[in-house]
Structures are given as C-alpha cells and as structure tokens.
Design a protein around this ligand. Structure first.
Ligand code: FAD
Length: 521
C-alpha cells in the first residue's frame, strides 16, 4: 500500500529526489531500493526559524503495481457548433473559463474581446514601454487572457471552496501549466508561460465549435423590456443572444459609463489604492530567510504584511518576488502600476503594491458622478501622476525614507519599471489622508520587517487598479443582473472576483446558471 507522510527537510534535500528518497527511506525504516516512487502532494516553506525548512506531504509507493500514471485530462467537451449561442464579453480568466464551461454543458460561446490575441498584444506592450503610447484597446489589462496574461500568475485565493479551486488548477495543468501548481502552498505560473496557456484555451474553444473574436469592442447592449437581446460592436455589428455574460474586468470604464448612461443599476464599491514599492530581492531574502544569502535551493522570498494605521488597513498586495513593475494604464493621459514576474522569478528586484483600504465616504468630493464616484477618484489620481511625471508613461517615484520625510529624492536609481521614473514628492499625487497613512504605515512596516524601511526601496505611484471601483449587482441565486434579465455580471469587473482563480471560478458559476436558465426558459 502507498504510504502518506508529512516531513520537514532542508531546502537542498527537497530539491533533490535522491536525497529526499534517502531521508524518507531512513524515516520509514526501509532501503532506498524498496521505494519505487515518491510523489509530493503538498509543499510549503517554513521560514520562522533561523534555518529555513521545507514542509512536505509525500506519497511513497513501494511496488510497481501501485504506480498508476495520473494524467490530468480535459473535461468531456461537446461539439457546440450548432448549439444555442451565449455571448461572453471579455476573454480574461472569467470569460475563458465561462466559455469552456458553456462548451462542457453543450452551449456555444461567442467570446468577444476589445483587445488583440496574445501575440498581437505583445507589440502594444512594447509600444507602452518603449514609445509611451497606450492603446486603449490593447494593453496590460485588455486583450486575450485579460489582466492575468502578463502577470505573476499567482494562483492563491482566499476562496474557501477548495473543490472549485482545485478544479481550476487542474484545468490550467491540462492546458499546460506546470504540475507544481497542484502541490505548492503558493502556486504561480509566470508571465512567460501564461500567454501559451491562454492561446491553448482559445484553440480548445474554437475546436469544439465556439467562437472567439478579437478587436471586437462592445459599445452598446440591446435591451427590450429589461431583457437582454444582444450586444452592439464598435463597427455597428449586432450580435443577438438570449444571454450575455459580462466579464469586462475592473478597467473597462466605458462599460461602467455605458451601464450608468442606460440607467442600468450599478453601485460604487470600496477598493484600495497606494504605491508599488520595489526593494532589492536580496534584501527581502535576508529579511524573510534571516540569512545573508538565500542560496541556490530556496526561491526568491515573498512577503505579506498588513498594519492598521489610523483605523485603516494598509497592506501588501500582489507581491512579485523576482519581478518587474509594469505600466498598466488603459488610456492615454494616465499612469498606473502593477507587477509581474517570470516563472523563475529571477529578476533582481522584489515589488509589491502597498495599498490603503478606501471607503465610500472618501469618494464624497466626486459624489456628482453617482455610482462612478470611486472610479473618478481613481482616475483623478492616475491623471495627476501622469502630469507630475512629465506626461509620458514615466512614473512619479520617491525613495521610501524620503517619502516619509517629505523630501524629494536627489536621485532615483534605475528601477524595473521600463518607461522610467521622475523624482517627485509623492504626497502631491494623493489626498492628504492617504499620504499620512502611508507615511506612518511604512514606519510601522519597518518595525515588523527589520530592513524593510530603507531608502534603497523606491516607491512608484499609483497602484490603483487593485479591484473594481464599481459593482454590477446581481441576484444571489440566478446570478442575473438585478434589473436586466439574461445579463450575467461576472468576474472582477462586476465586483465578484479578485484575482485569476476567483475570476475563473466566477466565470464557471455564471456559465452554469446561464445554461440552467436556458433549459428552463
Ligand atoms: P480581466 O482579466 O480584466 O479581463 C477582462 C477582459 O475584458 C479584457 O480582456 C478586456 O480586453 C475585455 N474587455 C473590456 N471591455 C470590453 C468591451 N467593451 N468589449 C469587449 N471586451 C472588453 N491576479 C492574480 O490572481 N495573480 C496575479 O499574480 C496577478 N497579477 C497581476 C498582474 C498584473 C500586471 C495585472 C494587471 C493584474 C494581475 N492580477 C493578478 C489580477 C488578475 O489579472 C485579475 O484579477 C483577473 O484577470 C480578472 O479576471 P476577469 O476575467 O474578471 O477580468
């Protein structure tokens, strides 16, 4: 019988199957030759003590007969060429997982996205980085795979529904993600691998009779008697369907504006905003692993920190070890940061959003915008950053200690943010209450993580697209919009997800409800 075992080993042992087998053989009092195979079921890092250890849960196989090759396969997809159509707006994780779920249930998805496929999109990213030109339809947030494609691909979620999470992880593995994501406590995929996975998903959707259309922006909804009838594309083309899954992400401001203009109910939603801090990765390693040098067997260290300052949460968000800060504006005239990292996380810098929770009352100066007040608050800060840094994609930046001492930095070293930085007083980007919280918060962070509060850390502003500033409310049971029948607000943009995994889970949920409703109509 295979045996399961939990153990703690040194990083060099976890990194070598030979050493691991020797260790396990000693623990279970057998010889190495009697162990046919060891499968790692779970892996996490324990850095609480001076000597960092790796926690493992393993399965040990003692006979060849026990070895079954476990291949993760695709679900039983149906050919949906001639089936009823559901329109899926947005080819992000929510949209693609919704489309695949529709196919599994025998319904034909027609996916439309304003952006380009992963290949075409790459050229537009280059233009942002090199020429400071932002294409409002194809950028770090818009295009195939959505905001998740050129990300760190962190796949952890606060979702309590483990079954759902595992199903999404298994699907990602079936589409080519490394098996490690099923095992690691903090799985991630990396920017270099995500585009191919997204492309393979698209090919699967098309192979089974679904459609995927790029450079196809939805500019209007067709609605009769509070029931959706289809969508209108930017060139005037009409696509008709009884159901529309709306998964346009947190940056589709024109969709929020359109809904508001058409008196379709939406509401302002609190989100978080702040800066993106970049430290040398070696410094974060030293703090987190309590050592001078990480060595070759430990991964670049992540960190996660939260403090209460003046009664508000200030916390790290989307931390990217060995990563790069990305220019994530979705329109000319604004500057936005976020972060990504390659699968090996082998860049010399560690970056993280450091954000402060916002409340609806913070949006009061923008109340004339009604449910769009938070979005206008966000937009104003992004535009101010653009002005202050010189009206290009350069980002306003300041050294951390200088920021806390209200001193413009004499120099800003080259950071991972490719379009470049402009040294400014970052207090000018934010409302005073936010600046004050961040100044105190960084001092507090330094007390918990000794070495974190340093002028070696460069702050880039703003980190403003942490989640949607708007909720598109839906019924709890049917998941349909509270007012418009047949419209399914979905994923992060609608306010029902906060990351790749939760957006994918929400996409599947909406697809299931949509098909249930089609069957009963
Ligand atoms: P999105 O991914 O935003 O997709 C929305 C899609 O809708 C886009 O493709 C857009 O082009 C399309 N669209 C918008 N308007 C229209 C329209 N009018 N007509 C047609 N199409 C339209 N999350 C993690 O979990 N882990 C990470 O490591 C991580 N890192 C990130 C790094 C970066 C740089 C960024 C920008 C985000 C990161 N995120 C990460 C967040 C994650 O990407 C999002 O939570 C997730 O992609 C949301 O999925 P979604 O499908 O709801 O929306």
């Amino acid at each position: 019988m295979p045996q399961e075992l939990q153990l703690q080993v040194l990083p060099e042992v976890a990194a070598s199957m030979d050493l691991l087998t020797e260790n396990i053989a000693k623990m279970v009092k057998t010889s190495v030759v009697d162990i046919k195979k060891i499968t790692v079921l779970k892996r996490s890092i324990d850095a609480r003590q001076k000597q960092v250890k790796i926690n493992l849960k393993v399965k040990i196989f003692f006979s060849d007969e026990e070895l079954i090759v476990e291949k993760i396969d695709f679900p039983d997809y149906k050919n949906v060429t001639n089936a009823e159509t559901v329109i899926v707006v947005g080819a992000g994780p929510a949209g693609y997982f919704a489309a695949l779920q529709l196919i599994e249930l025998g319904v034909k998805p027609v996916v439309v996205d304003r952006g380009k496929d992963v290949r075409g999109r790459r050229r537009d990213l280059k233009s942002i980085n090199r020429d400071h030109i932002v294409n409002p339809d194809s950028n770090y947030c818009f295009g195939e795979g959505g905001a998740g494609t050129y990300s760190d691909g962190k796949l952890y979620t606060r979702s309590k529904k483990r079954g759902d999470v595992h199903r999404i992880l298994e699907l990602l593995v079936a589409f080519g993600a490394p098996q490690d994501i099923l095992v690691d406590a903090h799985p991630h995929i990396g920017t270099n691998k995500l585009p191919k996975i997204m492309q393979d998903m698209r090919e699967k959707i098309i192979e089974y009779g679904g459609e995927v259309h790029f450079e196809t922006r939805v500019d209007d909804f067709l609605i009769t008697n509070n029931e959706i009838k289809g969508v209108k594309i930017q060139d005037g083309t009409i696509i008709s369907a009884r159901k529309v899954i709306l998964a346009t992400g947190h940056s589709a401001r024109d969709i929020f504006e359109l809904l508001h203009k058409k008196d379709i109910f939406i509401e302002a939603k609190p989100f978080a905003l702040g800066v993106r801090a970049e430290h040398p990765q070696s410094l974060i390693d030293t703090i987190q692993y309590s050592c001078d040098y990480r060595g070759e067997f430990l991964p670049p260290a992540p960190y996660s920190i939260v403090k209460q300052v003046n009664g508000r949460g200030m916390y790290s968000f989307c931390m990217c070890p060995g990563g790069v800060i990305a220019p994530c504006a979705t329109a000319p005239g604004e500057v936005v940061t976020n972060g990504w990292s390659p699968s090996k996380r082998d860049q010399p810098t560690a970056n993280s959003g450091i954000v402060v929770e916002l409340r609806l009352e913070d949006f009061k100066p923008f109340e004339k915008f009604g449910p769009l007040a938070g979005m206008e608050f966000q937009k104003t800060i992004e535009q101010k950053a653009w002005h202050l840094a010189g009206e290009t994609q350069k980002v306003p930046a300041q050294r951390m200690v200088d920021f806390c001492n209200r001193k413009v930095s004499a120099d800003i070293p080259k950071t991972s943010y490719v379009p470049g930085t402009t040294s400014v007083e970052l207090g000018e980007v934010f409302p005073d209450f936010l600046t004050q919280i961040m100044r105190q918060g960084f001092l507090d962070f330094g007390k918990s993580m000794r070495g974190y509060y340093t002028n070696e850390a460069i702050l880039h502003a703003p980190e403003s697209r942490t989640s949607s500033p708007v909720r598109i409310p839906r019924e709890n049971d049917s998941l349909e919009h509270v007012q418009i029948k047949g419209l399914y607000p979905c994923g992060e943009g609608a306010g029902y997800a906060g990351g790749i995994i939760s957006a994918a889970i929400d996409g599947e949920k909406c697809a299931i409800k949509c098909v249930e409703s089609l069957i009963h109509q």
